[in-house]
Design a binder for this molecule. Sequence first.
Ligand code: CA2
Length: 143
Amino acid sequence: MKIAVINGPNLNLLGRRRPEIYGTETLADTISDVRNRFPEVEIVDFQSNDEGRLVDAVQTFGFDPEITGIVLNPGAYSHYSLAIADAVEAIPAPVVEVHISNIHAREDFRHTSVTARNAKAVIAGCGRLGYQLAVDYLMRING
Ligand code: CA2
């Protein structure tokens, strides 16, 4: 089984600032924790601060028949990127949108996710554990 984990803008800064919201571990720690938890799953990961590159990644992984599903944290693009939302809608692979923080308990502009509209499921507020919960879910729905 192969699952893609895609992270959007500023998630490369995890562990470096705002530990009260995003924790003290880095993105690399987060990905390696997922790999250690699910050694039977091939985890491919991608991070970009660029909207177009994220659209490309969603399309590339989303149309790859070897990919079981996508774990996607679009970062702040969640709140307004119709391009990423359209890419999520266009692909056959199921997408679980993950937010480290509880976006509903934060500023008003974070309460809406336009990308989540086309996701199969959304996990928010579970911290970095959300990535593992998303992979677990994708494995379960694929038997
Ligand atoms: O809670 C999440 O996972 C978010 O997707 C994280 C985004 C934020 O814009 C979304 O509203 C919710 C931010 C990415 C990380 O930003 C950092 C900023 C400073 C230091 C470390 C990370």
